[in-house]
Design a protein around this ligand. Structure first.
Ligand SMILES: Nc1ncnc2c1ncn2[C@@H]1O[C@H](COP(=O)(O)OP(=O)(O)O)[C@@H](O)[C@H]1O
Ligand SMILES: [Mg+2]
Length: 264
Protein backbone atom coordinates (compact mmCIF):
# COMPACT_ATOMS: atom_id res chain seq x y z
CA UNK A 1 0.00 0.00 0.00
CA UNK A 2 1.27 3.49 -0.86
CA UNK A 3 1.94 5.81 2.09
CA UNK A 4 -0.48 8.74 2.35
CA UNK A 5 0.90 11.91 0.77
CA UNK A 6 2.26 14.83 2.78
CA UNK A 7 0.53 17.21 0.39
CA UNK A 8 -2.54 16.34 -1.67
CA UNK A 9 -4.06 18.86 -4.03
CA UNK A 10 -7.44 18.08 -5.64
CA UNK A 11 -9.21 19.98 -8.38
CA UNK A 12 -7.52 23.23 -7.37
CA UNK A 13 -8.90 26.26 -9.17
CA UNK A 14 -7.70 29.80 -8.54
CA UNK A 15 -8.82 33.02 -10.17
CA UNK A 16 -7.57 36.52 -9.50
CA UNK A 17 -10.05 39.38 -9.42
CA UNK A 18 -8.91 42.76 -10.63
CA UNK A 19 -11.68 45.36 -10.55
CA UNK A 20 -14.40 43.90 -12.78
CA UNK A 21 -12.16 41.34 -14.47
CA UNK A 22 -11.20 37.87 -13.41
CA UNK A 23 -8.12 35.90 -14.54
CA UNK A 24 -8.24 32.13 -14.26
CA UNK A 25 -4.76 31.16 -13.08
CA UNK A 26 -5.49 27.50 -12.25
CA UNK A 27 -8.26 25.52 -13.91
CA UNK A 28 -8.41 22.39 -11.79
CA UNK A 29 -5.08 20.76 -10.97
CA UNK A 30 -4.34 17.57 -9.03
CA UNK A 31 -1.05 16.41 -7.59
CA UNK A 32 0.47 14.76 -4.54
CA UNK A 33 3.82 15.09 -2.86
CA UNK A 34 5.14 12.33 -0.62
CA UNK A 35 7.51 12.50 2.31
CA UNK A 36 11.18 12.91 1.47
CA UNK A 37 10.34 13.38 -2.23
CA UNK A 38 11.37 16.10 -4.69
CA UNK A 39 8.64 17.16 -7.13
CA UNK A 40 9.38 19.80 -9.77
CA UNK A 41 6.97 22.18 -11.50
CA UNK A 42 7.90 23.50 -14.90
CA UNK A 43 6.16 25.20 -17.83
CA UNK A 44 5.97 28.62 -19.42
CA UNK A 45 5.65 31.90 -17.54
CA UNK A 46 2.10 32.67 -16.45
CA UNK A 47 1.01 29.02 -16.50
CA UNK A 48 0.13 29.04 -12.78
CA UNK A 49 3.17 27.47 -11.05
CA UNK A 50 3.64 30.22 -8.45
CA UNK A 51 -0.11 30.38 -7.84
CA UNK A 52 -0.13 26.62 -7.14
CA UNK A 53 2.84 26.95 -4.79
CA UNK A 54 1.29 29.86 -2.88
CA UNK A 55 -2.02 28.01 -2.61
CA UNK A 56 -0.17 25.08 -0.99
CA UNK A 57 0.76 27.22 1.99
CA UNK A 58 -2.13 29.65 2.27
CA UNK A 59 -0.11 32.57 0.94
CA UNK A 60 -2.32 33.65 -1.98
CA UNK A 61 -3.00 37.40 -2.18
CA UNK A 62 -6.38 38.78 -1.06
CA UNK A 63 -7.75 39.11 -4.61
CA UNK A 64 -7.38 35.35 -5.23
CA UNK A 65 -10.43 33.09 -5.11
CA UNK A 66 -9.89 29.41 -4.59
CA UNK A 67 -11.90 26.24 -5.14
CA UNK A 68 -10.89 22.63 -4.56
CA UNK A 69 -8.77 21.33 -1.72
CA UNK A 70 -5.19 21.41 -0.47
CA UNK A 71 -4.50 18.80 2.19
CA UNK A 72 -1.31 19.04 4.22
CA UNK A 73 -0.75 16.07 6.56
CA UNK A 74 -4.37 15.14 5.89
CA UNK A 75 -5.78 18.54 6.97
CA UNK A 76 -7.54 20.76 4.42
CA UNK A 77 -5.76 24.12 4.71
CA UNK A 78 -8.86 25.98 3.56
CA UNK A 79 -11.35 24.48 5.97
CA UNK A 80 -9.45 25.31 9.16
CA UNK A 81 -9.36 28.59 11.11
CA UNK A 82 -6.83 31.27 10.21
CA UNK A 83 -5.03 30.56 13.50
CA UNK A 84 -4.73 26.85 12.72
CA UNK A 85 -3.56 27.70 9.19
CA UNK A 86 -0.78 29.88 10.61
CA UNK A 87 0.21 27.05 12.95
CA UNK A 88 0.25 24.44 10.18
CA UNK A 89 2.19 26.70 7.86
CA UNK A 90 4.59 27.88 10.54
CA UNK A 91 5.45 24.40 11.78
CA UNK A 92 5.39 22.50 8.55
CA UNK A 93 5.98 24.59 5.44
CA UNK A 94 8.78 26.95 4.43
CA UNK A 95 8.93 29.01 1.25
CA UNK A 96 12.00 30.25 -0.63
CA UNK A 97 11.28 33.05 -3.07
CA UNK A 98 12.79 33.88 -6.42
CA UNK A 99 14.22 37.20 -5.29
CA UNK A 100 15.94 36.69 -1.92
CA UNK A 101 17.14 40.28 -1.62
CA UNK A 102 13.58 41.62 -1.52
CA UNK A 103 12.23 38.70 0.54
CA UNK A 104 14.69 39.38 3.37
CA UNK A 105 14.01 42.13 5.89
CA UNK A 106 16.38 45.01 4.98
CA UNK A 107 16.61 46.41 8.52
CA UNK A 108 17.59 43.16 10.25
CA UNK A 109 21.02 41.52 10.16
CA UNK A 110 21.28 38.13 8.46
CA UNK A 111 21.88 36.47 11.85
CA UNK A 112 18.75 38.02 13.39
CA UNK A 113 16.56 36.74 10.53
CA UNK A 114 17.73 33.16 11.05
CA UNK A 115 17.73 33.44 14.87
CA UNK A 116 14.17 34.77 14.80
CA UNK A 117 12.95 31.55 13.15
CA UNK A 118 14.93 29.39 15.61
CA UNK A 119 13.40 31.31 18.51
CA UNK A 120 9.83 31.21 17.16
CA UNK A 121 9.84 27.55 16.13
CA UNK A 122 12.12 25.93 18.62
CA UNK A 123 11.95 28.35 21.53
CA UNK A 124 15.75 28.78 21.60
CA UNK A 125 17.36 31.76 23.32
CA UNK A 126 20.69 32.99 24.68
CA UNK A 127 23.87 30.99 24.07
CA UNK A 128 22.08 28.02 22.48
CA UNK A 129 20.31 30.30 20.02
CA UNK A 130 23.67 31.81 19.03
CA UNK A 131 25.25 28.34 18.66
CA UNK A 132 22.42 27.06 16.46
CA UNK A 133 22.52 30.22 14.33
CA UNK A 134 26.27 29.71 13.78
CA UNK A 135 25.68 26.05 12.96
CA UNK A 136 23.08 26.93 10.32
CA UNK A 137 25.37 29.54 8.78
CA UNK A 138 28.08 26.86 8.52
CA UNK A 139 25.63 24.36 7.02
CA UNK A 140 24.63 26.74 4.24
CA UNK A 141 28.24 27.68 3.50
CA UNK A 142 28.26 31.19 4.99
CA UNK A 143 30.99 32.64 7.20
CA UNK A 144 30.34 33.58 10.82
CA UNK A 145 31.14 37.18 9.86
CA UNK A 146 27.99 37.17 7.69
CA UNK A 147 25.85 36.89 10.83
CA UNK A 148 26.17 40.62 11.49
CA UNK A 149 25.78 41.69 7.83
CA UNK A 150 22.67 43.40 6.45
CA UNK A 151 21.08 42.04 3.24
CA UNK A 152 22.16 45.06 1.12
CA UNK A 153 25.80 44.23 1.83
CA UNK A 154 25.43 40.64 0.59
CA UNK A 155 25.40 39.12 -2.91
CA UNK A 156 22.29 37.46 -4.39
CA UNK A 157 23.79 34.00 -3.74
CA UNK A 158 24.58 34.86 -0.11
CA UNK A 159 21.03 36.22 0.40
CA UNK A 160 19.59 33.01 -1.02
CA UNK A 161 21.75 30.99 1.41
CA UNK A 162 20.30 33.06 4.27
CA UNK A 163 16.76 32.37 3.03
CA UNK A 164 17.64 28.67 2.92
CA UNK A 165 19.12 28.80 6.44
CA UNK A 166 15.97 30.55 7.74
CA UNK A 167 13.81 27.94 6.00
CA UNK A 168 15.76 25.04 7.55
CA UNK A 169 15.74 26.71 10.99
CA UNK A 170 12.06 25.80 11.32
CA UNK A 171 12.81 22.15 10.45
CA UNK A 172 9.98 22.07 7.86
CA UNK A 173 8.27 18.96 6.51
CA UNK A 174 7.84 20.74 3.18
CA UNK A 175 10.09 23.27 1.51
CA UNK A 176 8.76 25.15 -1.51
CA UNK A 177 11.43 26.80 -3.65
CA UNK A 178 10.04 29.05 -6.40
CA UNK A 179 12.75 29.48 -9.05
CA UNK A 180 15.36 29.82 -6.29
CA UNK A 181 18.28 30.26 -8.67
CA UNK A 182 16.81 32.23 -11.55
CA UNK A 183 18.47 35.50 -10.50
CA UNK A 184 21.88 33.96 -9.92
CA UNK A 185 24.78 33.40 -12.29
CA UNK A 186 25.57 29.86 -13.38
CA UNK A 187 28.35 29.07 -10.89
CA UNK A 188 26.35 30.37 -7.93
CA UNK A 189 23.26 28.59 -9.24
CA UNK A 190 25.12 25.28 -9.19
CA UNK A 191 26.37 25.92 -5.65
CA UNK A 192 22.89 26.78 -4.37
CA UNK A 193 21.38 23.70 -6.03
CA UNK A 194 24.07 21.48 -4.55
CA UNK A 195 23.27 23.03 -1.17
CA UNK A 196 19.52 22.36 -1.53
CA UNK A 197 20.29 18.78 -2.53
CA UNK A 198 22.56 18.28 0.49
CA UNK A 199 20.07 19.82 2.94
CA UNK A 200 17.16 17.81 1.55
CA UNK A 201 19.14 14.62 2.18
CA UNK A 202 20.11 15.78 5.69
CA UNK A 203 16.79 17.23 6.86
CA UNK A 204 14.68 14.86 4.74
CA UNK A 205 12.02 17.47 3.96
CA UNK A 206 9.83 17.13 0.87
CA UNK A 207 10.82 19.66 -1.76
CA UNK A 208 8.54 21.35 -4.27
CA UNK A 209 10.93 22.94 -6.73
CA UNK A 210 9.77 25.33 -9.43
CA UNK A 211 12.25 25.71 -12.27
CA UNK A 212 12.39 26.58 -15.96
CA UNK A 213 15.58 24.63 -16.28
CA UNK A 214 15.00 21.02 -17.24
CA UNK A 215 18.63 20.15 -16.46
CA UNK A 216 18.09 21.32 -12.89
CA UNK A 217 14.94 19.19 -12.71
CA UNK A 218 16.69 16.14 -14.14
CA UNK A 219 19.44 16.53 -11.56
CA UNK A 220 17.30 17.04 -8.46
CA UNK A 221 13.73 15.83 -8.84
CA UNK A 222 12.13 12.41 -8.81
CA UNK A 223 8.84 13.55 -10.34
CA UNK A 224 7.86 16.46 -12.55
CA UNK A 225 4.59 18.22 -13.40
CA UNK A 226 4.40 20.30 -16.57
CA UNK A 227 2.08 23.33 -16.41
CA UNK A 228 0.36 24.90 -19.38
CA UNK A 229 -2.37 27.57 -19.21
CA UNK A 230 -3.47 26.78 -15.67
CA UNK A 231 -3.44 23.00 -16.04
CA UNK A 232 -0.95 20.22 -15.34
CA UNK A 233 -0.73 18.69 -18.80
CA UNK A 234 1.80 16.00 -17.96
CA UNK A 235 2.96 14.45 -14.71
CA UNK A 236 5.17 11.49 -13.92
CA UNK A 237 8.65 10.42 -12.96
CA UNK A 238 11.36 12.58 -14.48
CA UNK A 239 12.56 9.58 -16.44
CA UNK A 240 9.12 8.79 -17.92
CA UNK A 241 8.26 12.38 -18.79
CA UNK A 242 11.67 13.33 -20.21
CA UNK A 243 12.05 10.12 -22.24
CA UNK A 244 8.56 9.83 -23.62
CA UNK A 245 6.35 12.87 -23.13
CA UNK A 246 2.78 12.34 -24.33
CA UNK A 247 1.14 15.75 -24.29
CA UNK A 248 1.92 17.96 -27.35
CA UNK A 249 3.03 20.90 -25.15
CA UNK A 250 5.37 18.66 -23.11
CA UNK A 251 6.78 17.23 -26.37
CA UNK A 252 7.44 20.74 -27.72
CA UNK A 253 9.02 21.90 -24.45
CA UNK A 254 11.40 18.95 -24.31
CA UNK A 255 12.22 19.14 -28.02
CA UNK A 256 13.20 22.81 -27.64
CA UNK A 257 15.57 22.00 -24.80
CA UNK A 258 17.13 19.04 -26.58
CA UNK A 259 17.53 21.16 -29.68
CA UNK A 260 19.21 23.95 -27.69
CA UNK A 261 21.42 21.40 -25.94
CA UNK A 262 22.58 20.00 -29.28
CA UNK A 263 23.47 23.48 -30.55
CA UNK A 264 25.47 24.51 -27.49
N1 LIG B 1 -1.65 38.88 -7.72
C1 LIG B 1 -2.15 38.66 -8.95
N2 LIG B 1 -3.21 39.40 -9.41
C2 LIG B 1 -3.71 39.17 -10.63
N3 LIG B 1 -3.27 38.23 -11.48
C3 LIG B 1 -2.23 37.48 -11.09
C4 LIG B 1 -1.61 37.65 -9.80
N4 LIG B 1 -0.60 36.75 -9.69
C5 LIG B 1 -0.59 36.05 -10.84
N5 LIG B 1 -1.55 36.48 -11.68
C6 LIG B 1 -1.87 35.92 -13.01
O1 LIG B 1 -2.14 34.53 -12.86
C7 LIG B 1 -1.56 33.77 -13.93
C8 LIG B 1 -0.59 32.74 -13.37
O2 LIG B 1 0.52 33.40 -12.80
P1 LIG B 1 1.68 32.66 -11.97
O3 LIG B 1 1.05 31.72 -11.02
O4 LIG B 1 2.57 33.73 -11.43
O5 LIG B 1 2.42 31.83 -13.13
P2 LIG B 1 3.92 31.28 -13.23
O6 LIG B 1 4.48 31.19 -11.85
O7 LIG B 1 3.78 29.95 -13.92
O8 LIG B 1 4.67 32.26 -14.08
C9 LIG B 1 -0.94 34.79 -14.86
O9 LIG B 1 -1.87 35.11 -15.86
C10 LIG B 1 -0.68 35.99 -13.96
O10 LIG B 1 -0.71 37.19 -14.69
MG1 LIG C 1 6.23 32.08 -11.07
Amino acid sequence: MLPSPLLEVSNLQVSYHIRTKSVKALRGINFSLFENEILAFTGESGSGKTTAALACCGLLPANAHLKGSVRFKGVDLYSVSVKKLHQLRGKGIAFIFQDPQSALNPVLTAGKQVAEVLHRHRGLRGQILMQETRKLFRQVGLKHSHITSYPFALSGGECQRIMIAAACAGNPALLIADEPTSNLDLIVENEVLALLEKLQKGYRFSLLLISHDLRVIARLAQRVAIFNSGLIVEEGTVEQVFKSPRHPYAKRLLATVLHKGAGE
